[in-house]
Design a protein around this ligand. Structure first.
Ligand SMILES: C[S@@+](CC[C@H](N)C(=O)[O-])C[C@H]1O[C@@H](n2cnc3c(N)ncnc32)[C@H](O)[C@@H]1O
Length: 177
């Protein structure tokens, strides 16, 4: 399993909790990261809501590029009801909220409260096969990439090549954001 995050502190916390030799922790900006291998599952929790809408198509392309043939993306995040618990900011280039830390510092973060219908429609428009359902105040989704990515994967040479053959042999890899 490969666990990706941009923050060294977050990775250190995760590493201390998991302490498994089968998990590779990777410090990377997901907007720049290019997968070196392919995975049966790409999982991301409470990350999609931080992706600026204008960057969503490229982000989903990255996810597709990380998936082995037959692989799926699984994701969970805050739904619209969670907005009531945030200081939502308006008139910014992307949907945003204000977060206050215990030390008094304040940060503006990108925060998109996706609703199931719109997210389903947006992903479908990008060619993904997707099922998303509400779960309490959250949503959980499972999505398969457009077939053009499968075709490209089968013909493309590159660093992910060996991963495809390993995936075909039935080994499971997971990537977590
Ligand atoms: C709300 S947290 C979710 C963390 C974890 N998935 C969980 O469910 O506990 C969002 C995470 O995204 C990370 N992050 C923010 N920008 C990033 C980027 N450009 N690339 C990779 N990770 C990023 C943050 O460091 C943070 O750990």
């Amino acid at each position: 399993m490969t666990a990706v995050d941009a923050a060294a502190e977050v990775l250190a916390l995760a590493r201390a909790r998991i302490a498994s030799p089968t998990v590779q922790f990777l410090e990377a900006d997901l907007f720049e990261w290019q997968p070196l291998r392919r995975y049966d599952i790409v999982f991301f929790a409470f990350w999609l809501s931080h992706v600026p809408p204008a960057r969503l198509p490229d982000f989903w392309n990255t996810v597709a590029a990380a998936l082995a043939p037959g692989g799926k993306a699984i994701f969970i995040d805050d739904g619209p009801a969670a907005a009531a618990e945030e200081e939502v900011l308006t008139n910014l280039p992307a949907p945003a909220a204000l977060r206050r830390l215990a030390d008094g510092s304040q940060y503006r973060i990108v925060k998109v409260f996706h609703d199931v219908r719109t997210l389903t429609d947006d992903l479908t428009a990008l060619g993904w096969s997707v099922r998303i359902r509400s779960m309490g105040g959250n949503f959980i989704g499972i999505a398969e990439p457009p077939t053009k990515f499968s075709r490209r994967r089968q013909t493309r040479k590159g660093p992910a090549g060996p991963e495809i053959s390993r995936a075909r042999r039935g080994l499971t890899f997971r990537s977590c954001f």
